[in-house]
Design a protein around this ligand. Structure first.
Ligand code: GLA
Length: 371
């Protein structure tokens, strides 16, 4: 066991495009930004994890010997889920004191949960003198969220936080788990503005969407036997078999199909340094999330409108799971300061207070700081 104080961190994930495609075997294009969950860990000589979150203002303890999901979905479930997953993977964990701090706004569409999972996982591994390959660690943390937090999330967040290298976006194929590092144009600026509205993924809407997609696949597979996931569907086949679905399921499928296409188009537009095109793809993504996938809300729609009313903004969309949280806007680097001020002013005028803003900055993936 390492006796030293361990410090681990994981950034926030900013999904450029590819929303609600990951659990449908689709494509996503996230990057990370330099706001972090930080974990300071020191070893204990028993089998207890005592965890203090200064962000939540709460301390909880549990034994590594009798781990099982709790009745409620408190923040500690994410930590328990990670510890349980590591032990199931054959890692001999040691008891520890963990102090968690974060400057990632919670529930704002920036994967604060995955960032907590990965920073805790890195700290626990380091303090126990063990390691796991990043891709396997990402999957283990996803399972922690499924089994302990009750959220049937996809793999995007955990992969982004482990595999997107400093300053890059990650083109991830969520079916094959093939990854490609994508350099962002030097001229691009990405601005996040918080709507101030909060979602909780544990409140069921997220799992509902995943279930709707699974239902659509089951219904369509009776007519199109080769269909394994919505990734295998295209608009022609969807239209031809529309009668098998109700309007809601049809729209969910249409979002997933068009969104996967938008990921490919955004990847190309980034490669061509065509920021105008990236902006219009972000706008189209927002419309699809609002109208077909129904995961936006009044405040997010208003914030997108405020952002796009600035001449300097090339496009905007809600980011993450939805039902609140942040809007992501794209502009040219030289315009970033003025564009951010434009958004702040127009949203403050309708919401009554200055929203939290953050300019996306290169970040290292989840790591142990003092290894
Ligand atoms: C959350 C989930 C991800 C993904 C997004 C929506 O962040 O954790 O897996 O599904 O929502 O794209």
């Amino acid at each position: 066991m390492s006796q030293a104080l361990i410090q681990a961190s994981a950034p926030a994930r900013v999904n450029i495009i590819g929303e609600h495609t990951d659990y449908n075997g689709g494509l996503v294009l996230p990057t990370n930004t330099a706001i972090f969950t930080r974990v300071t860990a020191s070893p204990r000589d028993d089998r207890v994890l005592r965890v203090r979150s200064s962000t939540i203002g709460d301390t909880q303890s549990f034994s590594l010997d009798d781990l099982c999901p709790g009745e409620t979905t408190s923040w500690i479930e994410y930590v328990k889920g990670v510890a349980a997953g590591l032990q199931q993977a054959g890692i001999a964990l040691h008891g520890a004191e963990l102090l968690i701090d974060s400057d990632i706004p919670l529930g704002a569409g920036l994967s604060s949960s995955a960032s907590l999972e990965l920073s805790v996982a890195k700290a626990l591994l380091a303090i126990s003198g063990e390691s796991i390959a990043d891709a396997a660690l990402a999957q283990l943390c996803q399972q922690a969220e499924h089994n302990y937090a009750g959220v049937q999330c996809g793999i995007m967040d955990q992969y982004s936080l482990t595999c997107a290298q400093f300053g890059n976006a990650l083109l991830l194929d969520c079916r094959s788990l093939h990854t490609q590092q994508v350099q962002l144009p030097t001229d691009i600026a990405l601005i996040l503005t918080d709507s101030g509205v909060r979602h909780s993924l544990t409140d069921g809407e997220y799992n509902n969407r995943a279930e709707e997609c699974a239902t659509a696949v089951a219904l369509l597979a009776e007519l199109v036997p080769s269909l394994g996931s919505l990734r295998d569907l295209n608009l022609e086949v969807l239209e031809a078999n529309k009668a098998a679905l109700n309007e809601t399921l049809y729209r969910r499928c249409r979002h997933v199909i068009t969104e996967i296409r938008r990921v490919q188009d955004t990847y190309e537009a980034l490669g061509n340094n065509d920021l105008q095109k990236v902006g219009s793809l972000l706008n189209a993504c927002h419309e699809s999330l609002r109208d077909d996938y129904a995961v936006s809300c009044t405040e997010l729609d208003a914030l997108v409108e405020c952002a796009n009313s600035s001449d300097l903004i090339l496009g905007s969309r809600m980011v993450g799971a939805g039902f609140g949280g942040c809007v992501l806007s794209v502009c040219r680097k030289d315009d970033a300061v003025a564009a951010a001020a434009d958004i702040q002013m127009s949203y403050a005028a309708i919401s009554g207070s200055r929203p939290w803003q953050h300019r996306v900055e290169p970040a290292h993936p989840a790591r142990v700081e003092n290894e």
